[in-house]
Design a protein around this ligand. Structure first.
Ligand code: DHB
Ligand code: FE
Length: 282
């Protein structure tokens, strides 16, 4: 049977894609950010997951304001990336696993989640930057898993509640664990933490709120479901709603997890950059 071995969260700031392209790992601005990732590389090299479920939010490449699915799941054999205008070199097509995608979609629709299934899906920086952070070299990295992208709407209101996000993750975890093949699965939650890119509060970062979320999400994610969407925007900023993907990831891991690595650094670009590596207890 399939096994969910753990989850990793990370911010997906586009400037990180450019810093990777320019190899700025030792640059004083970037070092405190990049120093968070070697422990994750070691864990991934040890564990060698076959599948990565990459939960991110599309920002306008795969979907736009005219059609914005609340929850979309990729069901393609590969996923293409295109230039979004950030200047990040596009990554090559990432291999998928359409059979497992359809198993997830079947299971979650049976569980009464209304899913948009995507046999074609262009993946943006929310997906690609974390892939580059965790599997340097991508196709040249022998440990690169097959990817299943899941996008949640955090762009156009009404966005899902944090409770719905956690429940989505629980249903996703159930669907993953019911897959009969012996595959090891890691789940990513990308985005966040606090940031606001435009408007009067552009540059807003809330360290206290971010640290509370990073703390609570480990052993008491239910506590975060009490935060309303209005409160989330107020505390974390208009793009801080990307906490939704962290909650979806957390729901898929089950009750008991260990924190293997953790990092928080501000600011990276306009964002409170958080990283958590959580391992599922058997
Ligand atoms: C930034 C952060 C994001 O999450 C994003 O999608 C785009 C830009 C930033 O901090 O610059
Ligand atoms: Fe984002």
């Amino acid at each position: 049977m399939a096994k969910v071995i753990g989850g990793i969260t990370t911010s997906h700031i586009p400037a990180v894609g450019n810093a990777i392209a320019q190899e700025l790992f030792e640059d004083p601005y970037w070092k405190p950010f990049f120093d968070a990732y070697p422990p994750v590389h070691e864990w991934l090299a040890e564990q060698k997951p076959d599948i990565v479920v990459n939960i991110y939010n599309d920002h306008g490449l795969g979907f736009f304001l005219d059609k914005m699915p609340t929850f979309a799941i990729g069901a393609a054999h590969e996923y293409h990336n295109e230039d979004e205008g950030w200047g990040i070199p596009a990554i090559p097509p990432m291999p998928g696993d359409a059979k497992l995608s359809w198993h997830i979609i079947e299971g979650m629709v049976e569980d009464e989640f209304d899913i948009t299934s995507c046999q074609e899906l262009a993946v943006d920086h929310g997906f690609t930057v974390p892939m580059q952070l965790f599997w340097p070299g991508l196709l040249d990295n022998p440990n690169l898993p097959r990817a299943i992208p899941i996008s949640a709407n955090t762009v156009q209101h009404p966005i899902p509640t944090l409770k719905r996000a956690l429940d989505f993750g629980k249903s996703l975890g159930k669907a993953l664990r019911s897959y009969p093949e012996d595959v090891k699965i890691v789940v990513l939650g990308t985005g966040g933490l606090s940031h606001q890119l435009d408007g009067e509060r552009a540059g807003h970062i809330n360290k206290k709120f971010d640290q509370m979320c990073m703390d609570k999400i480990v052993h008491d994610p239910e506590a975060l479901t009490k935060i309303s969407r209005m409160e989330l925007v107020k505390e974390a900023g208009s793009q801080g709603t990307e906490l939704i993907m962290w909650m979806m990831m957390r729901g898929a891991l089950g009750d008991d997890v260990d924190v293997l690595a953790k990092n928080y650094h501000i600011p990276i670009s306009n964002t409170g950059a958080g990283m958590l590596l959580l391992e599922c207890k058997d």
